[in-house]
Each structure stands twice: as C-alpha cells, then as structure tokens.
Write a protein that binds this ligand. Sequence first.
Ligand SMILES: [Ca+2]
Length: 350
Amino acid sequence: MIRALFITILSSIIFSGFISANAQRVVKDNPVPLEVWLEDFKTEALGEGISQDTIDMAFEGLTLNAKVIELDRRQPEFTQTSQEYIRVRVSETRIRNGRKRMTELGPILNPAAKDIGVQKRFIAAIWGMETNYGSYTGNFNIVRSLMTLAYDMRRSSFFRKELMKALVILDEGHITPDAMIGSWAGAMGQGQFMPTSFFAYAYDMDGDGKKDIWTNEADVFGSIGNYLKRHTWHENQTWGREIKLPSDMAARQALVDLTHEPNPPRSCKRALSAHSKKYSLTQWKEMGVRNLDDSDIPEAIGAGIEATLLLPGGIDGPAYLTYQNFRTILRYNCSNHYALGVSLLSDQLK
Ligand SMILES: [Ca+2]
C-alpha cells in the first residue's frame, strides 16, 4: 500500500516535471528563464505607460503554451492546387451562409460599407474566409500565445512588439483579457487582426469609443473595410475577372511567357512574382484575351485599368486578369490562393 502510494507520488512528480520540461524544451534556445524574461518585459511595459493593473491582469496565471510552439513548428506542405483550395474555401455552404449573414446583418453591413467606401461583398468575403462569418475566431488566449512566441527565439522581436501592442489594447479598454481570444499566432477577432494591425486599421464604426473587433459587427465590418481602403481600394472597380486565353498556341504561349518575366514587386513578393507585369485592358485585348463567353473584355469601361495575368494552374488551368483591388486583398493575406478565394466568393455574394 505504502509502496503503491509512493509510486503514485513519484510518478506524478515525474509526470509534472516532464510536462514543464517538455514545454521548456519546445521553446527554442532562450537562455533566460521565463520568469526573468517576463519581469524584464513587464518593466518595459510599465515604461511604455501600461498600467500595473493591466499587466497583472493580463499575465495572471499564464504559462507557456506548448501547443502554440507545436503549431509554429509545423510547416504545412502547400501542395493544394488553387482549384482544390477554392473548392474547399468557396464551398456552396460558405456561399449560402454568406448570403444569409449579409441579409441578417444588412442594417449594419450596408451603411458601414457605404461609409468606408468598400463594396459590402468584399467585406463579407474576407469575413467569410477569415472566420467563417465570425463563427470561428480561434480560442487561444492572445496574451498567452504572444508571450510564448515572444519568449521563443524563432521570431522573438516580432512577437515581442505584438505582445506589447496587445497590452496597450487591454490598457485602453477595448476588450477584457478573458475575451481577447484569437488564433494561435495572435490574429484576433472576426477579421483576424494582429495587434499592430489593430492600431493601424481597426475602426470604431459605431462610435462608442471602443474598437471591438471581437463581438461588435459594426466595428468588424468597419475595420475590414478600413484595412482595404487604407491599402488603395477602388470602390468603383472589381477585383478582376476570369478570362480565356487565345486558342492560337503561339499567342497563348506568348501570354504564358509574360508571367515568367522578372517582375519585382515592392510588397508581397511571394505571391506577386507569379503575376505578369501590368498592362492596360486594351493591351490585353490586343494580345487576344477574351471573356469566358468569348465576348470582348470591357476595354471601354476599364480603359484606365491596368491588370496583371495570373495562371495559378499553368497554361491549361483557369486564367485571371487581376486589378488593383486584387493586390489590395493580397495585403490582407499574401497568398494568391487566398486572394482568389476572397475574389470568387465576393462574386457569389454580389
Ligand atoms: Ca465600437
């Protein structure tokens, strides 16, 4: 009996020791103990003008989150094709739910979109792609996630800044620590804003003094719209269009070759290097590009529009001309798959 009890106690000691050692081990090479690191961070936060109360509340009982490190280390192999991605992300269910939610929240969405100057279908499409129209915003405690990623050495300085901004959000009273939840890497609320993006782009649409991107739909729509607007959005234009390449093989190949020319973008290099250089719609028409139904592309309406060619599935896959608004969507998330998903979903929500 005593022996059994001893073994139980011993194994529970070993087990709890194992958990804490394991959590420490997954964190990369920080030579400073967490307690020391945290004291240093808290001192810096006080120096930034954050109140002691906010700091105490935010970090109370927080431990490193091994799950966050595990997710951070998981390198997703991005083997999904554009068509597979779109089939899953722009599903019939998501289209149907989007239309329903746009109707339900029309009295909030419509005036917000109008005030901000971004078509409501694009705000709704980003909302749908990011959090399935606010139904899944992630359940991670943001301060805990950011503390873990800031203490971890892989991208410490980036996440340390985000953690500091998260504390400022709490200090300003936009949200309580318990309700400040989001994805494992710190993206928060229905539009998945990082704390620094919150300060740059979150928008108090209903004017109550708080930017509540978690539970207040007016602020959610205003913030998503404001993010787009501030990254050069054209309200009178769409994102682009699916087009048909010429059937003549030489002309077709010449267009494909355009997407392989050096095309150094200023931002979002990873995605934009797959695009051709910009040409006007008139020039694209002259190069043999047609609408899917073989009609002329709208050169007259869009004479001033410059578009890039994107062929996510190669020469035999779907072909798209993309306008400035597509590049703005890429600023939300630098992935052609993502931007195409938002774009095609927005067409369905029109
Ligand atoms: Ca508000």
